[in-house]
Design a protein around this ligand. Structure first.
Ligand code: GH3
Ligand code: MG
Length: 463
């Protein structure tokens, strides 16, 4: 994963030292010698990460960070601030200024590159989500409201029960989310029972082993916690542990014994990202749903149906089974519109969709193919049963009137059905192209219309 990193420091030698470290890990490095210069480069070059030294000459790192975070063009770029060692005040001030991370000087090369990797990983996920969301928006789907104020859930997994209890006591009043304590061996059990948290705070060392680290991959492997925030508490001197945690998929790390305020800031930041990503994802899901479903009838649309039928055709050919395709078109539907109005026509379409669904099995697919035309695919079915189903649908529509007019007039409707069989009718697999089958069903439908409507016509088997 290549990335462009902007180093901001007013001392040239410091910049060179960092540049050498990052270039050897194949990152593209750009430099700025002052806060003002940094603002300009950040806007112009859109780096993936910005590393600020505490003192930039013309402003402090905190001032620069606050400015970057306030500008919509640069607010999404992760910022790391280099702070002097063991200066808790400076670290907390950095996080409060909106920094995503601080680096303790002298900067350790391995910790630096592990941090950079983790930040780039998180950034590319967010980017991808935003891009998809943008596409959904251009396609005309409304953006889901983002509710960041709803409290989330944080689970604490300490080295032992007392450990987690100390964390919880420290966090009291600093986070508004629900906090639960869990034993390491119960975490996955709970996730499997669909009791997942938004953010996990995990001790790398659990009962003297590295169990906390393997928990990271276990949490990441589960569908309902794949996108959870994971913060790992590592030993103050244990650089290896910290690097491993980040590389295994932890979003953030924190030194054992760190100030509770720092812990709270980090957890809050993970919670915010998790909720933003959840909101983006649900907009995308909703967008996808809308892209596949016909809003009037709630049936799948043609865009969804065609590739789905191609899959059924392929599976049927492989398994040597039959499947059926039906094209259905309402008879003289224009007359219904002309007589009762378009709104009544809509209600008839909805009712017809419902009646068709009632005649089908759960594996069958029914889609709105066009205005008053529908497409049905019945996997694993014999010709005889397909005919019976088609006949049942035809009867379900014409036997009972739809009562939808303001005066309660019964509206009679009927449907013509063209049926085509696909798959392997005589046991020898026949390669059917979906389009060829649709053409057969279409011709059969045309015949049904020509022969007087309200009937089922079977097309010839395609070779
Ligand atoms: P045929 O038996 O030959 O199929 O006759 P028809 O009247 O059903 O066919 P035609 O193609 O002449 O007219 C179909 C009508 O369906 C025209 C169109 O306005 C109407 N229609 C298409 N989509 C909708 C819809 O979503 N709502 C309503 N109310 N009418 C629709
Ligand atoms: Mg029609």
């Amino acid at each position: 994963m290549a990335g462009r990193i902007l180093i901001v420091d007013n001392v040239p030698t410091n910049r060179i030292i960092l540049k050498v470290k990052l270039s050897s890990a194949f990152y593209e490095v750009i430099q700025a010698a002052s806060g003002r210069d940094a603002m300009m480069r950040a806007k112009q070059d859109q780096p993936d990460i910005i590393i600020l030294d505490t003192n930039l000459g013309d402003m402090t790192a905190h001032e620069a960070c606050a400015q970057l975070k306030a500008d919509p063009i640069t607010c999404d770029i992760p910022v790391l601030i280099a702070t002097p060692a063991a200066d808790t005040e400076a670290k907390i001030a950095a996080l409060k200024a909106g920094a995503d991370e601080f680096l303790t000087k002298p900067i350790d090369e391995l910790t630096l590159t592990a941090r950079v990797r983790a930040l780039l990983r998180a950034r590319s996920t967010t980017h991808e989500l935003r891009r998809r969301n943008e596409t959904a928006r251009t396609l005309g789907f409304a953006e889901a409201p983002v509710n960041f104020t709803m409290p989330g859930k944080i689970v604490l997994v300490g080295r032992n029960p007392e450990d987690a209890m100390t964390w919880r006591a420290g966090l009291r009043g600093l986070v508004q989310d629900t906090i639960e304590i869990s034993q390491a061996d119960r975490v996955i059990e709970k996730i499997a029972a669909d009791d997942a948290a938004d953010v996990y705070l995990i001790s790398a060392d659990i009962m003297g082993s590295t169990g906390g680290l393997s928990l990271i991959s276990d949490i990441r492997a589960r569908a309902n916690t794949r996108f959870a925030g994971i913060v790992v508490v590592h030993g103050a001197q244990d650089r290896k542990e910290a690097i491993m945690a980040l590389d295994l998929g932890a979003n953030d790390i924190i030194t054992r014994g760190a100030d509770p305020e720092e812990m709270a800031l980090r957890l809050r930041s993970q919670m915010r990202s998790k909720k933003e990503a959840d909101a983006l994802r649900s907009t995308i899901d909703e967008g996808l749903r809308l892209a596949m479903v016909d809003p009037l009838t709630g049936l799948y649309n043609r865009r969804y149906a065609l590739p789905h039928i191609a899959q059924i055709a392929q599976a049927s050919n492989q398994a040597g089974q039959n499947f059926a395709l039906m094209l259905l078109d309402l008879d003289r539907f224009k007359r219904i519109n002309d007589t009762y109005g378009h709104a009544v026509g809509d209600e008839v379409l909805k009712e017809v969709a419902l009646r068709m669904q009632k005649c089908l099995r759960s594996v069958d697919l029914v889609a709105r193919y066009g205005g008053e035309e529908f497409l049905i695919c019945l996997p694993q079915i014999s010709l005889r049963d397909a005919r019976i189903t088609a006949e049942r649908i035809r009867a379900a529509i014409c036997d009972t009137a739809v009562t939808v007019t303001a005066q309660g007039d019964p509206v009679m409707s009927s449907v013509s059905i063209g049926l085509a069989m696909g798959g392997a009718p005589d046991g020898t697999p026949v390669q059917h192209d979906t389009q060829a089958l649709l053409d057969i069903a279409d011709r059969a439908l045309y015949d049904a219309k020509a022969e007087g409507r309200n009937q089922v016509t079977l097309g010839p088997f395609a070779a």
